[in-house]
Design a protein around this ligand. Structure first.
Ligand SMILES: [Zn+2]
Length: 182
C-alpha cells in the first residue's frame, strides 16, 4: 500500500492517472507485490512527492466495529469493560480501539513485524481490537506501549475481569474491616 497524505492540487489529476484512489483526503493504492509498490515509490521520488509505504492491510477498515462485536462477546450480559481504566461500559456506548495503532503500524517496521508474528495480515483483525471508554481512547491516541498492549489483550478475557474485581472487593473488605477495628 502506498499512501500520499500531502500533495499539491495540481498533481491530483496525475495521481488519479497513476491509479491512486482518493479516500478521505488521502490518495491510496494497493499493489499485489512489494516490487510493484517499490517501483511506484521510485516514480514518486522522482516527482518529489512524499508518501508512506506499508504492507497491505494496515488501513482502518469500515467494518472493524462489526469484526469486534462478532468475535468478542460482552463479559457479563451486555457489558464490556474499558481495557485501560476498567470501567464497565454498555455495549452501545463503547469505543473500539486498535491495540496496535494504525498510524504507528504504518510507520514502524517493528510493529509490522509484530503483526506478522501475531499472524495478523490485517490490522482490523479482532485480535488487535479491544473495548475502551471514550476518555481512555482519546488519552491513548496513537500511543503504543507494552502496558497498553497487555491491558488490551487481557481485557478480552473474562477471567481477567473476575480476578480484577475480586481483588478490588478483597481490598475494600480489608479496609472496612481494619477501619472497624481502629
Ligand atoms: Zn477507560
Amino acid at each position: 500500500m502506498v499512501e500520499i497524505t500531502s500533495y499539491e492540487k495540481k498533481i491530483k489529476k496525475h495521481l488519479s492517472f497513476l491509479g491512486f484512489v482518493r479516500v478521505e483526503n488521502k490518495y491510496k493504492q494497493e499493489f499485489a507485490t512489494k516490487e510493484e509498490a517499490d517501483a511506484m515509490c521510485n516514480l514518486l521520488d522522482t516527482y518529489n512527492i512524499s508518501y508512506l509505504e506499508y504492507p497491505n492491510g494496515i488501513v482502518r477498515s469500515n467494518d472493524y466495529r462489526k469484526q469486534f462485536y462478532q468475535n468478542i462477546k460482552p463479559i457479563i450480559g451486555s457489558w464490556y469493560f474499558c481495557a485501560y481504566c476498567g470501567k464497565p461500559i454498555k455495549e452501545e456506548a463503547l469505543t473500539v480501539d486498535h491495540i496496535l495503532s494504525i498510524r504507528k503500524a504504518q510507520k514502524s517496521k517493528f510493529l509490522q513485524w509484530i503483526l506478522l508474528k501475531m499472524n495478523l495480515d490485517d490490522i482490523n483483525d479482532s485480535k488487535n481490537l479491544c473495548a475502551c471508554c471514550k476518555k481512555c481512547n482519546q488519552k491513548k491516541g496513537q500511543k503504543v506501549s507494552a502496558a497498553y498492549v497487555v491491558r488490551g489483550i487481557l481485557s478480552r478475557k473474562r477471567w481477567f475481569w473476575i480476578t480484577y474485581y475480586l481483588l478490588i472487593l478483597i481490598i475494600i473488605i480489608w479496609v472496612i474491616y481494619n477501619i472497624g477495628n481502629i
